[in-house]
Design a protein around this ligand. Structure first.
Ligand SMILES: [Zn+2]
Length: 337
């Protein structure tokens, strides 16, 4: 019997493992716009059947490094205020909380940080961010910082610094999940060497199908799976096809198929990385104009197309439920509780 993709998508827990939407919320709030989360974004996630979203504190390069902590606080404060103004959205810190919120029909947020510039060398403030809800940390974004080298600096040949290694140890207690998307190959292996426990790549694809340096080769995929971790497939066209103009939903699902063939379906999920909403306000987000998404997967509203594609490709119901959300929740629980 063929699975009913629409019914399965509606019933499954669907998780977006990477979104920068809190930056948008902060910018709108700075313009005096309240409840932007519920007005602009919640309807998109509802239309896409998304139940939980990993939302990052992403400090834009213009704020680095000196104003990064203030920018992170601005984003988090704006997000918390907007969440308060949204009756059906809550920030969650454990798997049980996510499942409870989703069971109530609300949207669950999980707080991440993409680039540790807001913390810099104040390792003690990692604990402060943990108390504020931080559960996932990428040591750096594309640039080099005090902890690690990002893919934008890959020609420099650097990896994880000694301070970065100290951060990794600090994250292992009290339970912050490390995210290697954006790390150079050397930083990746340094982190895997230093860390004990599951590691995720929340929004990266397979080098075997697209050579972009944000993607992961098969040995990296195996190392993540071997750690008990997770790979979230990314929807950005440039990470799907070396000719981004040729990227389509089938090409994105080819990446998912490849990762599944290398590590098994239980280590794969979805980190679509949508910033399509930035085009709402081009003056504020001119830097985003180069980002595009494939035909058939243009916004988070098209998330059900992924489930349809997985059904068409013969994935089992259990595998699809895992890919849509349960695989992420397993890893999240293993590290964060
Ligand atoms: Zn990213």
């Amino acid at each position: 019997m063929t699975l009913d993709a629409a019914a399965l998508h509606a019933d499954a827990i669907v998780i977006d493992a990477h979104s920068d939407v809190f930056a948008d919320v902060a910018n709108r709030r700075a313009q005096g716009k309240t409840a932007w989360l519920s007005e602009r974004h919640i309807p998109d996630w509802r239309a896409g059947g998304v139940n939980a979203v990993v939302t990052t504190l992403y400090t834009e390069p213009t704020f680095k490094p000196d104003r990064a902590a203030r920018r992170a606080m601005e984003q988090l404060g704006a997000a918390l205020n907007d969440i308060d103004e949204t009756p059906d959205a809550f920030l969650c810190q454990t798997r049980a909380e996510v499942e409870s919120i989703v069971a109530d029909g609300s949207i669950a947020f999980i707080l991440a940080m993409e680039g540790a510039e807001p913390i810099q060398d104040e390792i003690g403030s990692l604990r402060v961010f943990y108390e504020l809800g931080l559960r996932i940390l990428g040591l750096t974004w594309n640039q080099r910082n005090m902890l690690a080298e990002g893919v934008g600096e890959d020609r420099a040949g650097g990896g994880i610094t000694e301070r970065g290694r100290a951060y990794i140890a600090e994250c292992n207690w009290p339970g912050i999940l490390l995210d290697v998307s954006h790390l150079t190959v050397k930083s990746f292996w340094d982190l895997m060497d230093a860390n004990d426990g599951p590691v995720i790549a929340s929004h990266s694809n397979a080098t075997a199908l697209c050579s972009h340096k944000r993607n992961l080769d098969d040995d990296q995929l195996k190392a993540l799976a071997g750690s008990g971790g997770f790979i979230g497939i990314n929807g950005v066209a440039a990470f799907i096809n070396d000719d981004p103009g040729k990227a389509d939903l089938a090409g994105m699902l080819d990446h998912l198929d490849h990762v599944v063939s290398v590590v098994g379906a239980e280590h794969v999920g979805l980190g679509p990385d949508f910033v399509d909403y930035m085009r709402d306000d081009p003056a504020s987000f001119a830097s985003a104009t180069g980002i595009d998404y494939p035909a058939g997967f243009e916004t988070i509203r098209t998330m059900p197309n992924v489930t349809t594609g997985l059904v068409e490709r013969g994935y089992s119901e259990d595998a699809i439920r895992g890919i849509l959300g349960l695989n992420f929740l397993r890893v999240f629980k293993d590290v964060c509780g």
